[in-house]
Write a protein that binds this ligand. Sequence first.
Ligand SMILES: NC(=O)c1ccc[n+]([C@@H]2O[C@H](COP(=O)([O-])OP(=O)(O)OC[C@H]3O[C@@H](n4cnc5c(N)ncnc54)[C@H](OP(=O)(O)O)[C@@H]3O)[C@@H](O)[C@H]2O)c1
Length: 381
Amino acid sequence: MIYRDFGTTGIQLSQLGFGAMRFPLTEEYDPTSIDEVKATEMLYYAIDHGVNYVDNAWPYHREMSEEYLGKALQRGYRDKVYLATKMPMWLIKSKEDRQKYFDEQRRRLQSDRIDMYLLHSLGTNSWNAAKQYDVLDFLETMKAQDKIGHIGFSFHDKLNVFKEIVDAYPWTFCLIFLNYVDDEFQAGIEGLEYAHKRGMAVMVMEPLRGGKLCHNVRPEITRIITQTGRGQTAAEFALRWILDRPEVCCVLSGMTTLHHVKENIKFALIEHRNTLSHQERKLYVRAKAFFKARIKVSCTECGYCSGCAQKIPIPYILNLYNDAYIFDAFEQSRWAYRVFVKPENRADNCTACGECEEKCPQNIKIAEMLEKAHKELSVGQ
Ligand SMILES: NC(=O)c1ccc[n+]([C@@H]2O[C@H](COP(=O)([O-])OP(=O)(O)OC[C@H]3O[C@@H](n4cnc5c(N)ncnc54)[C@H](OP(=O)(O)O)[C@@H]3O)[C@@H](O)[C@H]2O)c1
């Protein structure tokens, strides 16, 4: 395993981190049904092979991920990793809430100390809430009591907001959304360089765009990947673009199978900093252009929008809509919409209440997109 500096702390983190957001399930559509046997096998394999950073958060697996992870790490694994979780900023409505959620997370994780603690999904509104409720003062106090090791934030908003937040506090680290298709989206490459220059460790999430960059790979993309001459998979092609950047400390992958874990670890055993040729960079630009021309909605299925009052499976529907265009899979998407989404939960039941849009880290105009998706997916029904 290759390790990289965690900012200026002297800590070395594995360049591949384990994201605790996409564990395997026993029931396909129930995110709470973590398949603990398989998940634990994956987790232990990763840790036994050098992964030393595990990233969690309050809402993952509809609040079951922290509880599960706390249990799984007990068998001698807790001290082998740096454990990260995040304060659910959208739930902080008073100063008392800071302690309430922090203590509950420590209980769930069976850990008095959270090594790396992030403010979750900062953007304009949540940053204002952090200031209103003196959240950073609270975290400083917890740090002084050694209940937190390092303070950071994850980010989903525009670049100027990112820079403002970076400059506002001496953060140790941040977590940004980055992949070769979204290099100019949210913080993007400019944000990566900006934070790195200020001595922060920068972690990357959704490097495979939630899997979209390596599923059902179109022949056009396969051809581009083949031209790199590296005999690599689409997942490797995407991860390589991230790990080529020396400013990246650790790339998080939300792995769902032991096969993913093994493949990604094998890849992380190699040094990738500054290894892309000029020619290869051009190939990434072509691949990006291919996807950009087809993606309809920038949904990564992170699931933050869950809890729709109409029980509309928003990420699932937006994903079907995207797939129809990216992969010319209109018939398959329409079929899945008809078969898997009950009429009372289809997109035309959206009341545009706006609750999901407030939670969406990609700032997607969900109501508008659902309307378009329904129009496309209900053709012939
Ligand atoms: N703080 C925030 O706001 C925030 C938001 C999002 C994510 N995160 C964190 O960042 C982590 C990483 O994001 P992500 O889970 O979206 O990562 P990602 O790497 O973009 O997507 C993970 C998905 O990629 C596929 N995959 C992974 N390795 C693969 C391989 N070797 N070959 C083929 N497919 C592979 C799997 O999809 P299939 O299972 O469908 O095959 C997997 O579920 C999360 O787990 C979470 O910890 C944080």
